[in-house]
Design a protein. Structure first.
Length: 231
């Protein structure tokens, strides 16, 4: 790894395993993940200046502005730089405006933060089959994820019962096929815009095939990232 902190953005549809891959990086590589959702909640709870503005936007039914999210992320990155080898950004950048703002911030840091874009490749059909086979534990404190897909390593031991807490498994409304196809339409448009921005801004976009078991995905990811670092 380089002397500064490396930043990664995983671009992939719902069901492409962004969360699972991030967890492996945290557990095995000592990386950290920035979740903008969690960071927003922390600012609100701590009643910081940013937190008050976010709280106000949410309470008045507005979207939290790109500039507010960006300044929150930048402040966090400043505080983490050099403390961790790498950070995976989760839920950011959500828009091209946020991507542009991050790009400007990185340029102002004189290469102390290096950003790599990893595009997770999976077909729409595979996303639909993965997500429509996905069930989660109904116990709110658990929410373990299972799959009833043939050959999956996540099949529960007892049919439709959580291995960990014995609560019944449920399917989220979001994971019904029609809902998945709708999410994919929105996602594909969003992905297209972000990738176009990153290509035009001369960032390296690395591609990772995720249509295989998670352990294989992780091995390929580590190789890919090494190649990225050497460049
Ligand atoms: Zn459970």
């Amino acid at each position: 790894l380089s002397s500064g902190t490396d930043l990664f953005i995983l671009i992939g549809p719902p069901g492409s395993g962004k969360g699972s891959l991030s967890e492996l990086c945290i557990r095995n590589l000592g990386w950290t993940q920035l979740s903008t959702g969690n960071l927003c909640r922390k600012h609100i709870a701590d009643q910081t200046e940013i937190g008050k503005q976010i709280d106000f936007a949410i309470k008045s039914g507005k979207l939290v502005s790109d500039s507010l999210v960006t300044s929150m992320v930048e402040e966090w990155l400043q505080s983490q730089m050099g403390k961790v080898p790498a950070v995976i950004l989760d839920g950011f950048p959500r828009t091209v405006a946020q991507a542009k703002a991050l790009d400007e911030f990185l340029k102002s840091r004189n290469q102390t933060l290096k950003l790599s874009i990893i595009r997770l490749l999976i077909s729409d059909e595979n996303v639909v089959s993965r997500l429509s086979n996905r069930y989660i534990c109904s116990y709110i404190e658990c929410q373990a994820i299972y799959s009833i897909g043939v050959g999956s390593t996540l099949v529960p031991k007892k049919s439709m019962i959580c291995d960990i807490c014995n609560y019944v498994l449920i399917r989220r409304k979001d994971d019904e096929e029609s809902a998945i196809r709708e999410r994919l339409l929105i996602y594909n448009k969003h992905q297209h815009d972000l990738l176009n921005f990153y290509k035009s801004a001369q960032y390296q976009v690395l591609e990772l095939n995720v249509e295989k078991p998670l352990s294989d995905v992780f091995e390929s990811f580590k190789k890919l990232v090494d190649i990225g670092f050497k460049k």
